[in-house]
Design a protein around this ligand. Structure first.
Ligand code: ATP
Ligand code: MG
Length: 136
């Protein structure tokens, strides 16, 4: 079964939106395979977003991810990667449709609440990175 890596970013945890996000993935029919609250080391944040290293916003993005605890999750089910991205909404919350997590709860691209893997291969890389202990 296809798995995707979903992370509630520090603003989502601080704002008390963990339950809201979990509810949406559960309601859709996905199965929660792993979950942990984690204070993120800088090295992990840098590696997670390594593909964006050349972007001007990369240093601020890393600061954002290490600014407080995140909730790291693995969700499983049919086309969970692409559908997970639909549940999350567009990167810039001003363009995210209402009904998506970003569309409903934020307005700032630099504080956009949640991450979702963008491809099956990215999901595999990210799950290995965030759950090196493996899934139970
Ligand atoms: P994520 O990977 O976090 O799920 P995404 O796949 O929708 O987001 P990416 O292009 O991978 O978008 O960008 C990663 C993150 O970098 C975004 O979620 C956002 O927090 C931040 N980001 C992207 N573009 C900008 C920007 N122009 N200014 C500030 N931050 C940005
Ligand atoms: Mg991305």
């Amino acid at each position: 079964l296809e798995q995707t890596f979903i992370m509630i970013k520090p603003d989502g945890v601080a704002r008390g939106l963990v339950g809201e996000v979990i509810k949406r993935f559960e309601q859709k029919g996905y199965y929660l395979r792993a979950l942990k609250l984690k204070n993120v080391e800088r090295e992990l944040a840098e590696e997670h977003y390594v593909d964006l290293k050349s972007k001007p916003f990369y240093p601020g993005l890393v600061e954002y991810i290490v600014s407080g605890p995140v909730v790291a999750m693995v969700w499983e089910g049919k086309q969970s990667v692409v559908t997970g991205r639909k549940i999350i909404g567009a990167t810039n919350p001003l363009q995210s449709e209402p009904g998506t997590v970003r569309g409903d709860f934020c307005i700032d691209v630099g504080r956009n609440l949640i991450h979702g893997s963008d491809a099956v291969e990215s999901a595999k890389r990210e799950i290995a990175l965030w759950f090196p202990e493996g899934l139970s």
